[in-house]
Design a protein. Structure first.
Length: 616
């Protein structure tokens, strides 16, 4: 969808303009010098809009000092005031900065996590109350030429929205559109909309639904993309790349923020790398965009496939490691991958060991299974090019590499639905973005009811690990997110098998198709944060990273607290300086614990609920 253009300072957004990069300062907003210094650092890194928290009127007023100091240093980067619970702060900030961000769930509505049934009359009365409180900000923004982001978050929907829609993509969309419609009532349209969630499936579904609803309503507002509380390291980069990449591939998105639990300057190169996959401007031609013809994207539905050699059907998504000569992998390398060899068989030592090793002998390539226990039968599946396969000789499992132009040949029809055939969609290192090409093939499979299992294979020629992780996450992970693909095979000659394996399993976890480790839903730091998020996250990870499948939310303050942890099992939330509140789901269990005892108390809480296992 082509969006309207709005001006944010001297950097316009939307339309055919490039996808913009933004981030947020982590300093105390009342510390003018530190905030100015970090804003300049972000601008130098390529950040085009800088967001600064304004939790009270005092911080909002100090934005004028920050702006003045930036100009003294020769910087006019557009500033965005981040507002949650204080409408008056937003009204002050809107007269100073180029844009304000408000969260509909926190701006006027109360959040007590209480379910109350609203009849239509009561619901309308609440909307009228919201308009009365929200209209002054709309008028100020209109009078001052200030843009506004209406940013709905999965975990901070109001009790009123939750009562009618639940914590669903529908709830997120309606929450934002209620505020948009109030803006339009006052003829104000300098609006950006976002639908953020830490769950990539929820995030992508919410944005797709938003676009659908906007088209129905004749709206075309620019879209801000982001996976909130993505975490840090490999997890944060891959989760962000999957969610943002899936939407950019559909032409959705005008500005992005990668939310990492790291210094904000680290977010900028990641955002730029995601955008660069989609061309210089972050946008791809409309004829290269492939979307589902049906609007069933709100419910995850894995593509139907049958099982061959343990791939496809109801089996979890598999990870393939290779190419290599069997003699090339010594015991140390195999051990690092979580594999041991007994006689001529591969055996699994770790949960995240690959499921198959690609072995190359002479010119022949085959996948050999990694077995779970002694005595299991080894599976060996040859990999053959489409042109070399002989249909009448297929009497055991085989992997057939196919290209998009080959699926229309008569030979392909003879292979389709053969119970021994696994298809492999293959992309070479020359193809920077092959996500939509693969998606087109899957759409053809669905139309023709082809149900063979499919391996997603990509070659990547990147020197640095971060770019490898981002590119493979966008191209492979975004497909898995939509239920396409039964296994992934990442090939890179420039990186170790261990690193590639880590990336592959993180992609599966971030796309929510296979869980093999603890998940940390950690917010990026900001001026509201009440403890060192990076240090604390690392400390919690060290103590709990053996709890496979458990989701732990780590939030710097109550704004990103119980609400934002909609998808977490346990929460660790800053409730005051030196104080932590622990949550089970969205319920506060232990309040205002001294920070030095909080990790020990978190472990005790996990144990009390039967979710603790001793590390091996």
């Amino acid at each position: 969808m082509k969006t309207r253009i709005i001006n944010i300072g001297k950097i316009p957004l939307g339309g055919d303009y490039p996808v913009r990069v933004q981030s947020m300062t982590t300093t105390d907003t009342m510390d003018t010098a530190a905030t100015v210094e970090q804003t300049i650092s972000l601008a130098k890194a390529g950040c085009e809009y800088v967001r600064i928290t304004a939790p009270s009127i005092n911080e909002a007023k100090n934005l004028a000092e920050i702006k003045k100091e930036l100009k003294k240093h020769g910087y006019d980067v557009p500033l965005i005031a981040d507002i949650h619970y204080t409408p008056k702060a937003a009204e002050v900030a809107a007269q100073i900065v180029e844009k304000v961000r408000i969260n509909p769930g926190n701006y006027v509505d109360k959040k007590k996590f209480q379910i109350k049934e609203y009849d239509d009359t009561e619901y309308q009365a609440e909307l009228e109350r919201i308009e009365q409180r929200f209209a002054p900000l709309v008028k100020i923004c209109k009078a001052n030429g200030t843009a506004m982001r209406i940013g709905a978050n999965h975990g901070s929907l109001s009790d009123r929205i939750m009562s009618r829609y639940g914590d669903t993509p529908q709830g997120m969309v309606e929450s934002a559109l209620e505020f948009v419609m109030i803006c339009e009532k006052y003829d104000y349209r300098d609006i950006v909309i976002s639908m953020k969630a830490s769950n990539t499936r929820v995030m992508v579904a919410a944005y797709r639904l938003l676009i659908q609803r906007m088209e129905e309503l004749g709206m075309n507002y620019p879209i801000h993309l982001g996976v909130t509380e993505a975490g840090d390291g490999l997890d944060g980069r891959i989760k962000s790349a999957i969610g943002i990449g899936a939407l950019l591939a559909e032409g959705i998105g005008d500005t992005i923020r990668v939310s990492l639990t790291e210094p904000p300057e680290a977010e900028i190169p990641v955002a730029k790398k995601i955008i660069s996959l989609f061309g210089e401007r972050g946008r791809i031609p409309s004829d290269e965009i492939f979307k589902k013809e049906t609007n069933d994207f709100l419910t995850y539905k894995k593509r139907k496939s049958f099982s061959v050699a343990g791939i496809g059907g109801t089996n979890p998504a598999k990870v393939i490691s290779g190419f290599t000569n069997q003699t090339e992998l010594n015991k140390a390398q195999l051990s690092e991958l979580g594999i041991k060899i007994i006689e001529d068989k591969f055996y699994r030592k770790k949960t995240d060991a690959p499921d198959f090793i690609a072995v190359k002998n002479s010119n022949a390539v085959a996948l050999e299974s990694v077995l779970n226990k002694t005595g299991d039968e080894k599976i060996r599946v040859p990999v053959l090019a489409f042109e070399k396969i002989k249909i009448d000789e297929i009497n055991s499992p085989v992997i057939v590499k196919v290209k998009s132009e080959e699926i229309h040949e008569a030979k392909f029809n003879a292979l389709a639905n053969n119970p021994n055939v696994i298809f492999m969609l293959s992309a070479s290192s020359r193809e920077k973005l092959f996500l939509n090409g693969f998606k087109k093939i899957f759409f053809e499979f669905e139309k023709s009811k082809v149900e063979n299992p499919v391996i997603l294979y990509g070659e990547f020629d990147y020197e640095d690990e971060e770019t490898l992780a981002i590119s493979s996450a966008v191209n492979l992970g975004s497909l898995l997110l939509d239920g396409y693909g039964d296994a992934i095979w990442i090939n890179s000659k420039k990186h170790s098998h261990k690193k590639i394996n880590d990336i592959a399993f993180t992609i599966l976890q971030s796309a929510r198709v296979r869980i093999t480790k603890t998940e940390y839903i950690a917010c990026p730091s900001c001026g509201r944060t009440l403890f060192d998020l990076v240090e604390t996250t690392n400390k919690i990870r060290k103590a709990t990273n053996h709890l496979t499948g458990l989701k732990i939310g780590i939030m710097g303050c109550i704004v990103n607290g119980p609400g934002e942890m909609a998808d977490a099992d346990y929460g660790y939330v800053g409730s005051g300086y030196g104080k932590i509140t622990l949550y089970k789901g969205q319920q506060a269990i232990k309040k205002n614990i001294d920070a030095e005892n909080a990790l020990e108390e978190l472990i005790a809480l996990i144990k009390e609920n039967g979710d603790w296992k001793e590390p091996k």
